[in-house]
Design a binder for this molecule. Sequence first.
Ligand SMILES: Cc1cc2nc3c(=O)[nH]c(=O)nc-3n(C[C@H](O)[C@H](O)[C@H](O)COP(=O)(O)OP(=O)(O)OC[C@H]3O[C@@H](n4cnc5c(N)ncnc54)[C@H](O)[C@@H]3O)c2cc1C
Ligand SMILES: NC(=O)c1ccc[n+]([C@@H]2O[C@H](COP(=O)([O-])OP(=O)(O)OC[C@H]3O[C@@H](n4cnc5c(N)ncnc54)[C@H](OP(=O)(O)O)[C@@H]3O)[C@@H](O)[C@H]2O)c1
Ligand code: SF4
Ligand code: SF4
Length: 396
Amino acid sequence: MSLIRQHLIDPEICIRCNTCEETCPVDAVTHNDDNYVVDAAKCEYCLDCISPCPTGAIDNWRVVSAPYSLEEQFSWTELPEQEEVDESELTADKGAAIDDEAAALIAVAHQGEGGRARAPASASKPQVNLYTIAKPAIARVVGNYRLTAPEANNDIRHVVLDFGGTAFPILEGQSIGIIPQGTDEKGKPHRMRLYSVSSARDGERPNHNNVALTVKREKIGVASNYICDLKKGDEVKVAGPYGATFLMPNDPEANIIMICTGTGSAPFRGFTERRRRAMPRAAGRLMLFFGARRPEELPYFGPLKKVPADVLDQELVFSRLPDRPKEYVQDRMRKHDEDIAALLEDDNTYIFVCGLKGMEAGVTEALADICRLHGLDWKRVHAAMLETGRFHVETY
Ligand SMILES: Cc1cc2nc3c(=O)[nH]c(=O)nc-3n(C[C@H](O)[C@H](O)[C@H](O)COP(=O)(O)OP(=O)(O)OC[C@H]3O[C@@H](n4cnc5c(N)ncnc54)[C@H](O)[C@@H]3O)c2cc1C
Ligand SMILES: NC(=O)c1ccc[n+]([C@@H]2O[C@H](COP(=O)([O-])OP(=O)(O)OC[C@H]3O[C@@H](n4cnc5c(N)ncnc54)[C@H](OP(=O)(O)O)[C@@H]3O)[C@@H](O)[C@H]2O)c1
Ligand code: SF4
Ligand code: SF4
């Protein structure tokens, strides 16, 4: 069966402003008195209409075997759910290339979720695919600071990118694609790499159109060295935003358990900052398990120590302290079994895991053991959390 990715407009969000119809170079967008719609037979997936749309209604896609007709779309009051399909059967010229590179990277990063991921029901609606590898946004570097101590073995950097007058709406937990300058040994442009934003949705500097990244320099790594060496004023090509499920619940009552190593802390810095700015007296708990070799190698160690305990419950875990046994995040989680079990019994608890792929198994085992110890069944807890968008993994 051949499938296509169909471009659709969300009738519940669209404000019928006509911008997309004016923008589309091939007249694929049309409307009646009820809805703006996209003609599947005409759309060429150029994405020109995506960034000018003021609401994000235009940025909706369904993989289908037979496209929804114009008549069906005119009569909709809401978009249909995505059917269960095998996306590997997407027809090459029918939208398969749209964000496929990013989608494939994210699919691998989310494998540890063990099922179909859903965004938390209360999460704000993300915008995705506004900019592509072919048509990236241009950002300017406004800061690049080393986060790890001078004597540390790893070089992790806090890089701030400013989009100036270009709209780049982003939510905490989403990623952006950085396209490194230059070409590979075969003369082809370098592949895009994904980086989580580590700032809150209203900017690293509030109400400025900027984002922060937390990037670790990898030995011989193309993109990480490119980013870590960027200087103030340099221009960078950015695609995205990407990611529609690893998003924080927009609910001050929600408890969020965040488990990370190294640069996996990036989205959780965004989550914490969002809570602090938008919901300073939130009743829900924010609990962070954060692993690094030593304090010198833990990004944001200094600033983290200043976050008050009533905002963030911090468990900083070190694996290579002199004269101390090795400890990983999952070991520390076991020490807080009662706390975690009580949170798992609460239907308003969310778990987010981010960082080293290698920690997935250990973290899942710890959760299963904690459940067993407290008369819970992790299989059932996990299934219920997945179903309600409360269990999220992004590892790389
Ligand atoms: C959803 C998502 C979010 C992410 N978020 C972040 C983030 O917030 N921060 C972050 O730092 N990273 C993040 N990453 C990882 C990031 O996308 C890159 O994969 C990472 O920075 C390495 O890219 P690179 O181009 O530097 O390395 P690459 O050039 O792609 O190399 C990959 C690895 O191979 C090794 N290697 C390359 N060439 C050789 C060789 N000849 N011999 C031996 N080894 C070699 C490199 O050392 C490196 O470890 C994320 C990934 C995903 C999927
Ligand atoms: N010089 C460079 O340019 C460069 C660049 C990149 C990396 N490095 C090397 O990478 C090292 C680590 O860098 P990093 O601090 O950013 O760390 P990381 O590799 O991201 O690891 C973070 C933490 O996770 C722990 N960990 C490893 N496996 C785990 C598992 N299965 N479950 C749970 N936790 C696990 C690590 O412990 P353990 O590691 O103790 O097992 C460490 O405490 C550096 O010390 C350095 O040697 C160097
Ligand atoms: S630009 Fe967006 S909001 Fe305006 S009509 Fe098109 S889809 Fe609707
Ligand atoms: S993606 Fe391009 S061709 Fe398709 S509706 Fe938008 S502007 Fe028109």
